[in-house]
Design a protein around this ligand. Structure first.
Ligand SMILES: C[S@@+](CC[C@H](N)C(=O)[O-])C[C@H]1O[C@@H](n2cnc3c(N)ncnc32)[C@H](O)[C@@H]1O
Length: 246
């Protein structure tokens, strides 16, 4: 009689914005207890998610590095989308092969896994086939407000979360209607985003936050940020209108 091995459990683990002390107690436990960890990284670069969780990894743990085939800042297009779909299919297959061996896999994800997190592409492909659980993490937008020391939204205000990849007209239209806002995915989009924030009349309240909670963190009024130097790991934060101005 052939013995059927129980399949491993899939974990989507949020590791927070960068500071290892912002990895939750549950995330630490799950990372330590999983025989394998997987993480995404830009080609040829260290993984930010792995770096945030490094002190919670243990020797002998199996590591699956999932390197993006292109930088995420390339202009969106059909070819790019196809490439990414193939990449996520392959990444999910690699993780599924480990789960099929009966090994638990913790997929590390910057911030929160289900808030613009790359884990969701694995989740969407595998969560219906394997036992799975998501461990929420501190998202970058809340880390950004914390390092600014500025209330993000209060009372009946609404928060508008935008991607800097959006076309300028769309960004400007949504910012003009926003009370408080965060723009993610800056990088090469910073100049466009700054123009839209200014056109929406919000430049005086806007902050540029780079690598929040990491040792290289930088915070500047958006008006003073150099668009030539914006890395992907940066956000624009427009806090509550009731936040004291600095
Ligand atoms: C793919 S999204 C991942 C978001 C993540 N799941 C979260 O909960 O924040 C990547 C974007 O998050 C933002 N980001 C993530 N970590 C950050 C940090 N420590 N400081 C500033 N921005 C960050 C940047 O805008 C980056 O382009």
């Amino acid at each position: 009689m052939t013995e059927r091995r129980a399949r491993g459990r899939l974990w989507g683990v949020g590791v927070g914005p960068g500071d290892p002390e912002l990895v939750t107690v549950k995330a630490q436990r799950v990372i330590g207890a999983s025989a394998a960890v997987a993480f995404f990284a830009a080609a040829g670069r260290p993984s930010n998610a792995r770096a945030a969780a490094a002190s919670h990894l243990r020797p002998g743990q199996r590591e699956l590095a999932l390197y993006y085939p292109v930088t995420t800042e390339l202009a969106a297009g059909a070819g790019y989308e196809r490439l990414l779909t193939g990449f996520y299919d392959e990444a999910a297959d690699r993780i599924a092969a480990v789960l099929d061996e009966g090994v638990d896999v913790a997929v590390l994800c910057e911030g929160d896994p289900l808030f613009y997190g790359s884990y969701m592409y694995i989740h969407n492909r595998l969560a219906s086939r394997y036992r799975s659980e998501v461990v929420p993490g501190v998202p970058s937008i809340l880390a950004g407000a914390a390092v600014l020391g500025a209330p993000l939204v209060c009372r009946n205000e609404m928060l508008c979360v935008l991607s800097g990849v959006l076309p300028a007209e769309e960004l400007q239209r949504r910012l003009a209607a926003a009370e408080a806002a965060v723009v993610m995915k800056l990088g090469r989009n910073l100049e466009k985003v700054r123009g839209c924030v200014e056109a929406a009349g919000l430049l005086e309240r806007a902050w540029y936050v780079e690598r929040a909670t990491m040792p290289e963190q930088r915070i500047l009024p958006l008006a003073e940020a150099d668009p030539a130097r914006a890395p992907y790991f940066s956000i624009v934060v427009i806090p509550s209108a009731e936040a004291p101005t600095r």
